[in-house]
Design a protein around this ligand. Structure first.
Ligand SMILES: Cc1cc2nc3c(=O)[nH]c(=O)nc-3n(C[C@H](O)[C@H](O)[C@H](O)COP(=O)(O)OP(=O)(O)OC[C@H]3O[C@@H](n4cnc5c(N)ncnc54)[C@H](O)[C@@H]3O)c2cc1C
Length: 331
């Protein structure tokens, strides 16, 4: 590992200012939340920062702050661990999709240290990128997966890079219509979760709208009425320790057995959490029967563009959407 300076900022404004100063001085800098990924990337020399801005010592951003009623928003600090998030009583009651997504990540050891912000901002796990190939994500001008080993790559939204977004919590946050609070050296801004993640065709080197001196501070969840149900289902290529091959985060606002409004977001299939507005429109105002769920499954894969070795994700996605919808509608 290259020698680096570790700094523990006192708050997020301080963290953002340190990042800004480093860039102005021509030094490279990286942020660490739980450090479960970024330190490995440094050991592997995928990144070689001069300065590590370590958020561990920042206080007060590891909590779920809920109001007194269900009509209040809920704010979750970006430094909460995935384990704490998955066990939080408010999150489990009001936003099960997020608790289930957090609880599905990796292993208990990783969930004990990994933060929500770090999970959302983790870099891709494409094997070409992680093995140091000079692909788009490593500053090169090629995506090796396009014609190479692309079993786990994108079937939607790919090109020129075909990575899939690796975070389990990200599809849940998009499905919940969360907003992200971002801290920078000049103050804070808020971005809808659906606009936070960016496709490779917008910026092939990055996965989100964060600037190099910005920090993800918190997520704000809209009130969850009693009629709202949600869940997260995930298919992996083995039982544990790994990312989604396909996942679905579904939120339904129900009036008895009629779906008033639906949000359906896929994970593991696109460079961003992949929302399905046509499927959502198909479900609104209707009773979710096995026939409608099957139609939604078909609709989910209508725009898929598989690569040579990942067409198997199409039947998985179709079945995932159908089954998850039926399970949630009948819960
Ligand atoms: C074996 C294994 C299995 C895994 N399986 C899964 C899985 O099933 N699902 C899944 O979702 N993930 C999985 N992961 C990834 C893991 O969840 C992430 O490593 C973890 O969530 C990162 O959180 P962290 O707080 O440790 O982030 P860090 O390692 O500290 O940082 C990760 C990235 O986010 C950036 N970052 C951190 N905090 C902030 C912030 N506040 N604002 C802006 N940027 C920030 C860092 O600069 C870095 O680029 C797996 C990892 C391993 C090693």
């Amino acid at each position: 590992m290259k020698a680096f300076v570790n700094v523990n900022p006192r708050d997020l404004h301080h963290a953002a200012t340190l990042l800004q100063q480093a860039h102005r001085d021509g030094r490279t800098a990286a942020l660490a939340g739980g450090g479960s990924d970024v330190l490995g990337m440094m050991k592997d020399r995928l990144i070689t920062p001069d300065l590590l801005v370590n958020l561990k010592a920042v206080k007060g951003l590891d909590q779920v702050a809920a109001g007194n009623s269900r009509s209040d928003t809920v704010t979750i600090g970006g430094l909460i661990t995935l384990d704490a998030l998955s066990r939080d009583a408010t999150v489990r009651r009001m936003y099960p999709v997020l608790a289930e997504a957090a609880g599905s990540v990796a292993t208990p050891q990783i969930r004990n240290v990994a933060t929500l912000a770090g999970n959302v901002c983790q870099r891709p796990w494409c094997w070409y990128y992680r093995n140091g190939f000079t692909c788009f994500k490593n500053g090169g001008t090629t995506c090796y997966s396009a014609s190479g080993e692309n079993q786990f790559h994108a079937i939607f939204g790919g090109g020129p890079s075909y990575i899939v977004h690796p975070s389990d919590t990200a599809p849940a946050l998009v499905a919940l219509d969360a907003r992200f609070r971002i801290a920078g050296p000049d103050g804070e801004r808020t971005v809808p979760a659906a606009e936070f993640f960016t496709l490779p065709k917008e910026n092939v080197a990055r996965e989100n709208v964060l600037k190099e001196d910005e920090v993800l501070a918190a997520v704000i969840l809209p009130p969850a009425g009693r009629s709202v149900r949600s869940t997260y289902h995930k298919i992996m290529d083995r039982e544990a320790w790994t990312h989604a091959v396909v996942s679905a985060a579904i939120v339904l606002d129900m009036d008895r057995d009629v779906c008033r409004r639906a949000r359906v977001v896929l994970g593991g299939v696109a460079p961003i959490p992949w929302r399905l507005p046509e499927v959502e429109g198909m479900l609104a105002g209707r009773t979710i029967t096995p026939a409608l769920a099957a139609q939604a499954g078909e609709g989910a894969v209508a725009g898929a563009r598989p690569l040579a070795k990942n067409a198997y994700k199409i039947p998985l996605t179709r079945a995932m959407v159908r089954r998850t919808l039926l399970a949630l509608a009948n819960a």
